[in-house]
Write a protein of this length. Structure first.
Length: 214
């Protein structure tokens, strides 16, 4: 029976990783790749304008190309950070969540309450997966609001680690957003409960057994 459970969990992890690769590939194709293709066309037009001595028009094209290039660099930097921020690798879950929350709080005027030290007790890969759940929950709340308040609390006992994520933004209406979070939870062998109220959304993740204590 234990072998079957481990096999099922491995299958879930592989499926989630494949879905993640597909999402990244789609983002790269529809985002940075398209942007850079546009920049290449602009540079071709710029070269043609310079050969014809149309300097003013060439400068306008150059400014647009520079602007799009800067935007693309930002998108790729964000992708790299979201995949695995350096602070998570070097300093652990709690520090990474604090850095993420502080950055987004300043950008959107959010009051953040965090008590996430228990997350540092988790194995490295579990920390990375749990960080992604917190990040995606925060980004979803910002899309819906942004919220005035965002809260993350972790607690642990001998058998489980529990994570409470709460915001006061309008409730999520897109099923796909919740499915992504639920899938991430399943890769950890965790359960995820979501409650929508007039005052916001509360998510409770419970991680049982080895993943919570190894």
């Amino acid at each position: 029976m234990a072998h079957d459970v481990d096999h099922d969990l491995a299958e879930q992890v592989l499926a989630a990783e494949q879905d993640e690769r597909r999402r990244i590939a789609l983002f790269l194709h529809d985002g940075p790749v398209q942007s850079l293709s546009g920049v290449a066309l602009m540079l071709d037009a710029l070269n043609d304008l310079l050969e014809r001595g149309q300097r003013e028009q060439a400068l306008e094209i150059l400014e647009r190309a520079l602007s799009r290039t800067r935007t693309t660099i930002g998108e790729l930097r964000d992708l790299s950070f979201n995949l695995e921020p350096i602070v998570l690798r070097d300093h652990g879950f709690a520090t990474a969540v604090h850095a993420l929350a502080q950055t987004r709080a300043i950008e959107h005027g959010i009051q953040v309450e965090l008590d996430v030290a228990a997350g540092d007790l988790l194995p490295e890969r579990t920390q990375a997966a749990l960080y992604q759940i917190v990040r995606e929950a925060l980004e979803a709340a910002i899309r819906r609001g942004p919220p005035q308040r965002f809260e993350v609390r972790t607690t642990t006992d001998e058998n489980a680690l529990r994570v409470l994520i709460r915001d006061d933004a309008p409730a999520e209406r897109r099923r796909r957003s919740l499915e992504v979070l639920a899938e991430r939870a399943r890769t950890l062998g965790a359960s995820l409960a979501v409650e929508h109220e007039d005052t916001g959304t509360t998510m409770t993740l419970e991680l049982l057994g080895r993943g919570a204590s190894d």
